[in-house]
Design a binder for this molecule. Structure first.
Ligand code: KIV
Ligand code: ZN
Length: 509
C-alpha cells in the first residue's frame, strides 16, 4: 500500500500573516469550512495569543469545524501554550503547535539563548503542552539553517518529551530541493525515535522553491506537508497546497503516495481565499491562475482539439474549474437557481438563497446571459457578513474629459439619509471622497483592483479595495455591471468593516 501524506493547512495562520491581509471571524470560518470539505487533515486556525480576535477565531474554528485536527500556534512559553489550549480544547481533535528557533543566527540575535537553553525550553514546553493535549507538534524554527547535529538532538529530545509531530521549517525559504531532501533523510537516519512521529515540513517561497522543497522532503520520508491555499504567507508566501496536491496526483507514477484532498474543491477554495483576502491570483499561476488551462497558440489549440493530453497534463475538471456554462436567464425560476447553486457546491440558508435570488433577478435584467462565474460573485458577497452600519441609498456622478469629476452620494444610517458631494481625480475618486464625507470616516486607500468576472461588454465588474485605518488593513468587495457602483459598494463594504472592527466613528473635519 502506498504511503499516506497528511496535509496541514496554515492559510488561516501563516497565510493571514501576508502583508495587508486581515480576515474576520466569519471569513475564517468560511475558509475553514471549505478546507474541511476539501479533506485537509489539519487546520492551523491561528496564533491564539496574538490578539483577542485571533483567539476567538481559533476557538470558533475548534468549536464548529468537525472531522479535522484544529491547531493553534504558540511560542514555547507557558502563557502562549495556556492560551492555545484554551482556544483549541473544544475541537474534535485539538493540537498544540509550539515552536522555538534553533539556528545559530536566531538563537544569538533573536532569542539570546544558548543551544542548551533552547533545548531545555523546548523539552519543558512540549511536556507542559502534553499535560493539556495528547497531540503536540514541535517546530524547530529556521531548521534548514540549524547546525544539523543540534537539530537531530532537539528532535530526539522533544519526541522523548511527548511530541507527536516534529516540523522542520525552511523558515526563510533558503534551502534547495536536493539539500532539503537530504536534511529530512538525515533526520530519519540519525534520530533514533523518529519512527514514533510524523515528520512535517513547512517551506517558504523566497526563492520560488517552496513546493519543490516540500515534494523533495516528501520523497525523503516527510509524512506531513504544511501549506496554504494560493501559496499565501509571510513575504513570498508558503508552499501552495494546490500545486503540491496536483503535483502528487499528476505524477503519481513518480511519487506513489496518497492524500485525502478532494481536488475538485481546489478552484473554489482558491477563489474564496483570494476574494476574502483581497490578494489576486496571478494569471499564469500554476493550477488556479486564469491562464492555467488556456491555450493561446494555434498549434496548441489544434493539438488540444484533437487530443487534450497533447498539451494538458491534468484536466480543468479535476481541479473543479467551472465550465462557465450559461445557467439561467431572467425567466428562470427559483428552483432552477437553487439547483444550480447546489451544483456549484454552495449550501446556503433559505434567507441567503432569497437574497442571492433577488440579486440574480436584478442582474438578469441587465445582463443577457448569466454565467456560473456571475452567480459565484453574487453569492460570495454574503460571506463577509459585515454589519451594514451604512447602506447605500443612491449616487450620482458627473464626469468627463473636460470637467472636474463630481459625485453626490446618499447613505442611510438607522433610517436617516445622509447626502454629501465631493470632487475628485476621476469619478471613482469623487465617489469615494463623497462617501467618506457622508460616513464621517476617513481611511487610506492602499490598493484598488477592478476585474471582469466573466467575458463580454456586459460582464459583472468586481472591485476589491484594500484600505488602512489605525495601522489595520481592511478589504472591501463589490460587484455590479456598473464599475462605479461596484467601486462604491466595495468602499462602503470596507468602511462598514473598519467601523465594526474598530468600533468607533471618526467624524472628519
Ligand atoms: O516559518 C516558520 O518557521 C513558521 C513556524 C512558526 C512553523 O511559520
Ligand atoms: Zn512559516
Amino acid at each position: 500500500m502506498s504511503r499516506q501524506i497528511k496535509i496541514f493547512d496554515t492559510t488561516l495562520r501563516d497565510g493571514e500573516q501576508t502583508p495587508g491581509v486581515n480576515l474576520n471571524i466569519h471569513e475564517k470560518l468560511e475558509i475553514a469550512r471549505q478546507l474541511a470539505k476539501m479533506g485537509v487533515d489539519v487546520i492551523e486556525a491561528g496564533f491564539a495569543i496574538a490578539s483577542p480576535g485571533d483567539f476567538e477565531a481559533v476557538k470558533a474554528v475548534a468549536e464548529n469545524i468537525k472531522g479535522v485536527t484544529v491547531a493553534s500556534l504558540c511560542r514555547a512559553v507557558e502563557k502562549d501554550i495556556d492560551r492555545a489550549w484554551e482556544a483549541v480544547k473544544s475541537a474534535e481533535r485539538p493540537r498544540i503547535h509550539t515552536f522555538i528557533a534553533t539556528s545559530d543566527i536566531h538563537m544569538k540575535y533573536k532569542l539570546k539563548m544558548s543551544e542548551q537553553e533552547v533545548l531545555d525550553r523546548a523539552v519543558a514546553m512540549v511536556k507542559y503542552a502534553k499535560n493539556y493535549c495528547e497531540d503536540v507538534e514541535f517546530s524547530a524554527e529556521d531548521a534548514s539553517r540549524t547546525r544539523v547535529e543540534f537539530l537531530y538532538r532537539i528532535v530526539e529530545e522533544v519526541i522523548k518529551a511527548g511530541a507527536t509531530v516534529v516540523n522542520i521549517p525552511d523558515t526563510v525559504g533558503y534551502s534547495t530541493p536536493i539539500e532539503f531532501g537530504k536534511l529530512i533523510k538525515g533526520i530519519r537516519d540519525n534520530v533514533s525515535n523518529i519512527d514514533k512521529v510524523d515528520i512535517s515540513v513547512h517551506c517558504h517561497n523566497d526563492l520560488g522553491l517552496a513546493v519543490a522543497n516540500s515534494l523533495a522532503a516528501m520523497e525523503n520520508g516527510a509524512t506531513q506537508l504544511e501549506c496554504t491555499i494560493n501559496g499565501l504567507g509571510e513575504r513570498a508566501g508558503n508552499a501552495a497546497m494546490e500545486e503540491i496536491i496536483m503535483g502528487i496526483n499528476t505524477r503519481k507514477d513518480f511519487y506513489g503516495v496518497q492524500h485525502k484532498i478532494e481536488t475538485t474543491q481546489i478552484y473554489r477554495a482558491s477563489k474564496l481565499v483570494s476574494s476574502l483576502t483581497g490578494v489576486d491570483i496571478q494569471r499564469n499561476k500554476a493550477i488556479v491562475g486564469a491562464n492555467a488551462f488556456a491555450h493561446e497558440s494555434g498549434i496548441h489549440q489544434h493539438g488540444v482539439l484533437s487530443e487534450k493530453s497533447t498539451y494538458e497534463i491534468m484536466t480543468p475538471e479535476s481541479v473543479g474549474l467551472p465550465t462557465n456554462r450559461m445557467v439561467l436567464g431572467k425567466l428562470s425560476g427559483r428552483h432552477a437557481f437553487e439547483d444550480r447553486l447546489k451544483e456549484l457546491g454552495y449550501t446556503l440558508s433559505q434567507e441567503e438563497i432569497n437574497t442571492a435570488f433577488e440579486k440574480f433577478k436584478s442582474l438578469a435584467d441587465k445582463k443577457k446571459v448569466v454565467l456560473d462565474g456571475d452567480i459565484e460573485a453574487l453569492v460570495k458577497e454574503k460571506v463577509s457578513e459585515v454589519p451594514e452600519i451604512f447602506e447605500l441609498d443612491s449616487f450620482q456622478i458627473s464626469s468627463g474629459n473636460k470637467v472636474i469629476s463630481t459625485a453626490m452620494v446618499s447613505l442611510k444610517r438607522n433610517g436617516e439619509l445622509i447626502t454629501e458631494a465631493a470632487t475628485g481625480d476621476g469619478p471613482v475618486d469623487a465617489a469615494l471622497n463623497a462617501m467618506e464625507r457622508a460616513a464621517g470616516f476617513n481611511m487610506e486607500l492602499e490598493a484598488y483592483s477592478l476585474k471582469a468576472v466573466t467575458e463580454g461588454k456586459d460582464a459583472l465588474g468586481e472591485v476589491t479595495v484594500r484600505v488602512s485605518k489605525d495601522n489595520k488593513n481592511f478589504v472591501g468587495r463589490g460587484v455590479s455591471t456598473d464599475v462605479i457602483e461596484a467601486s462604491v459598494k466595495a468602499y462602503l463594504n470596507a468602511i462598514n468593516r473598519a467601523i465594526s472592527e474598530l468600533g468607533e466613528i471618526i467624524i472628519s473635519s
